[in-house]
Design a protein around this ligand. Structure first.
Ligand code: BGC
Length: 767
């Protein structure tokens, strides 16, 4: 958990000294193109640089009030003065950034400005829902707006680089970091990756409200074995290219400025030493021209991976094509010696240094190193009314209605409702993990939102249980700032009180889930059900016989078989951000209608993991009656809630799936149409999903692949015809030679409300 410790920020006077740190040879470049101008400035500068100064640009340090690893950079000011730092992170606010930038451009020999990075993951000061939640909106335009808003705030807070988007494909909910990404699907993940890059980087680097985006964690971090952080990945190239690499590539195609290597080993070579990955795939195949930074101390960690001593792992990382070493400082420690001994070429260092300088040039830092420092913009942008409104909108659109028997939802304020659970009056967890600059005290909890909307005394309340009762775990999580407490009352007394409260009500709303510190980095779980004490409470509430609505806040798919069988309505709200309380209350009472759809499969049990919709067929597909089939004895193969699933207060009916032709030629497009009707009582938004199955391939193909989606808004009784265009390009995949092409043959096409409930048709791709 990240914390801003303002006490560590050194107050300095705000004196706006315009420093033109580097004199561009203006006369020579005026008439040349922008890139020639940049090259000329960088060439001139690099001619003046010593080897140490060049390697200094490759050094990325953490200022230290906020850490995600065991090491915090020391003596940063002195290192900046000596020209041994290219960028810093974990420091923001105009005052803090100005202080450090001043050291760089006034006290270092070559006056090269610094990059200022930070993990702006789902909002900067105004916090939006966690990324997994945001992805459930299936709304790239909305997601782009949240990234834009985050960039506006971050850049008004002195920052010029965000370590986002995280685009790792995630198919194992035990992994805590699934909360940071967009789920299991490469197509949707790619669409969202592009939207986020566009949002952060805006229309032009020239603008003072842009920040460099950084796509991470390159690569395949989401496939860490056993869902355990930092763990090994061993994967076939075909699977990489078809399933895991597309979102990183999409970010590159969208012009992402920077890439972060991941911690994990890939087929025996950690990503940070992986020349094939960084130089061959990223730079040569994909044409990436920006800078590559490592993750936090990832170079040093390769000693522990067993690749050699510090000098050796530095050599490997440099030669792989890494440009910046995050926190570990091995580049500055060993880089020069490696060059002198010929183990790393000076050309390699020059190329890396150039890329760092180019990033600074593009941001305009050589013209004005203080361009991201503006008290005025800071005041205008941070948590502006518009951004706070966007936070609520995003929160509403991210919620997924998992169950709604007998239309328990929406609630009527005329009934007697008991709100029960440790998260009813909780602000701390609403903003989720990776919300370092977010101020949880400024978020609105459910109880507060109820009070504002209706007057809270209208409702009954009981806490019912602690979020977590396991004292050892509480202690561990609190060491990293979780702020978890246990009530003075005994767990049994709390449950008794909750049951008595529930008995007085017509409906019970139980607000349960995880503390946000149980997802995010280094927060993996082997059991992903409701926490035991919360589960006890829920079972006791069920005994009252009252209708129960379960409102969930959590950072990963949970296993909820009992809940699904026994609870009347389940609303997944994730960690919904600064305005989550109001968004939830509006949704519960029908002022908003849920429209989110899952982007990660919810399993019945941990034993089914990894579980995802776009799997392959075995030679012995599931058959209940036959023994020798691919299945479990104790649980079905199907998930509890499939990818793409999510209900609405209204209902939608699909009909008339039709194709414009039964054949598709490479030069043509096929139109797939379907009619969707709102058959319920409420206006609602449906996400119409298009899937394809390639029935015969040169290699085995997934049973379904998402190829398109559209959101449609329908009033009760209204129907619309939705059409998608499919071309042979949409049918391409990487074959066993990694050739990217569509193969002729038969395809099934499906349209529907989720990856499971779909209507099918067929066409043939001919050559
Ligand atoms: C995480 C990255 C993050 C970095 C800097 C690492 O521990 O894996 O996602 O960007 O820290 O905070």
């Amino acid at each position: 958990m990240k914390h801003w410790l303002p006490s560590l920020l050194i107050a300095v006077q705000l004196c706006a000294v315009p420093v033109h740190a580097i004199e561009a040879p203006e006369s020579k470049v005026q008439s040349t193109s922008a890139s020639q101008k940049m090259n000329s400035l960088v060439d001139t500068l690099m001619r003046k640089m010593t080897l140490d100064e060049k390697i200094g640009q490759m050094n990325l340090l953490s200022i230290g009030f906020d850490v995600t690893g065991p090491v915090v950079s020391q003596g940063v000011d002195e290192k900046i003065k000596s020209g041994l730092v290219g960028g810093v992170f974990n420091s923001y606010t105009p005052i803090a950034v100005r202080k450090l930038q001043q050291i760089a451009v006034e006290q270092s020999r070559l006056k090269i400005p610094l990059l200022f990075g930070y993990d702006v993951i789902h909002g900067h000061r105004t916090i939006f829902p966690i990324n997994l939640g945001l992805s459930c909106s299936w709304d790239p335009e909305l997601i782009e707006r949240t990234a834009r808003a985050a960039a506006e705030e971050a850049s008004a807070d002195g920052l010029n680089w965000t370590y986002s988007p995280m685009v790792d494909i995630t198919r194992d909910p035990r992994w805590g970091r699934v909360s940071e990404g967009s789920g299991e699907d490469p197509y949707l993940g790619s669409v969202i990756a592009k939207a986020m890059v566009r949002g952060y980087q805006g229309s032009s680097y020239d603008k003072p409200d842009t920040v460099l985006a950084c796509v991470k964690h390159y690569a395949l971090y989401g496939a860490a074995e056993a869902g355990r952080d930092y763990n090994t990945v061993d994967m076939s190239p075909v699977k990489m290219y078809n399933d895991y690499l597309p979102p990183y590539k999409a970010a590159v195609d969208a012009g992402v400025a920077t890439v972060m290597t991941s911690f994990n080993d890939i087929n025996g070579v950690p990503a940070t030493a992986n020349k094939w990955l960084i130089t061959d795939v990223l730079r040569k195949q994909w044409g990436f021209k920006g800078l590559v930074a490592t993750d936090y101390t990832a170079v040093n960690e390769m000693v522990e991976h067993g690749l050699g001593d510090e000098a050796k792992v530095t050599e490997l990382a440099m030669n792989a094509g890494v440009d910046m070493d995050m926190v570990g400082e091995l580049f500055v420690k060993h880089g020069a010696d490696l060059v002198k001994s010929g183990r790393v070429s000076e050309a390699q260092i020059d190329a890396a240094c150039r890329r760092v300088l180019e990033a600074k040039y593009k941001l305009g830092l050589f013209d004005d190193p203080y361009r991201f420092i503006s008290e005025k913009r800071n005041k205008e942008q941070l948590m502006s009314a518009e951004k706070m409104e966007l936070s609520k909108e995003a929160s509403i659109k991210s919620m997924v209605l998992l169950k709604n028997s007998n239309q328990v939802l929406p609630l009527s304020a005329q009934t007697k409702i008991a709100f029960i659970g440790p998260l009813v009056k909780d602000k701390r967890n609403l903003i989720g993990s990776w919300s370092g600059a977010g101020d949880w005290q400024k978020s609105t909890d459910i109880w507060q939102a109820l009070d504002t909307k209706f007057g809270a005394n209208k409702f009954l309340y009981a806490k019912g249980c602690n979020i977590l009762d396991d004292t050892a775990l509480i202690e561990r999580l609190n060491r990293d700032g979780a702020l978890l407490t246990r009530d003075e009352k005994t767990p049994q007394d709390m449950i008794t009180e909750a049951v008595q409260t529930a008995k007085q009500a017509d409906v019970v709303v139980a607000v349960l889930g995880e503390p946000c510190s149980m997802s995010g980095e280094a927060s993996c779980r082997s059991n992903i059900g409701l926490l035991e004490n919360q589960f006890e409470l829920l079972k006791a509430l069920k005994q009252t016989g009252k209708p129960i609505v379960l409102v969930l806040m959590n950072g990963r798919p949970l296993t909820l078989p009992w809940e699904n069988a026994n609870i009347d309505a389940i609303l997944e709200t994730w960690f919904g951000g600064t305005r989550a309380g109001e968004a939830i209350v509006d949704t519960l009472f029908g002022d908003a209608n849920p429209s989110g759809k899952l982007t990660m499969t919810f399993p019945y049990s941990v034993g089914q993991i990894p579980i995802y919709y776009n799997a392959k067929s075995t030679g012995r597909p599931f058959d209940e009656k036959e023994k020798y089939r691919s299945k479990y004895l104790d649980v079905s193969n199907s998930p509890l809630y499939p990818f793409g699933y999510g209900l609405s207060y209204t209902t939608f009916a699909y009909s008339d799936l039709s194709l414009s032709s039964s054949t598709l030629k490479p030069s043509e497009a096929l139109t797939v149409t379907t009619t969707v009707k709102n058959t319920g009582r409420y206006p609602g938004v449906e996400t119409v999903q298009l899937y394809v199955r390639d029935l015969v391939g040169s290699i085995t193909r997934p049973v379904k692949e998402l190829k398109g989606f559209q959101k449609v808004e329908l009033k009760p009784g209204e129907e619309k015809t939705i059409s998608f265009k499919l071309t042979s390009d949409d049918l391409r995949f990487y074959d066993s030679d990694l050739k990217y092409a569509a193969e002729p043959g038969e395809f099934q096409v499906f349209c529907g409300t989720d990856s499971n409930s779909v209507k099918a048709s067929k066409f043939t791709l001919v050559h």
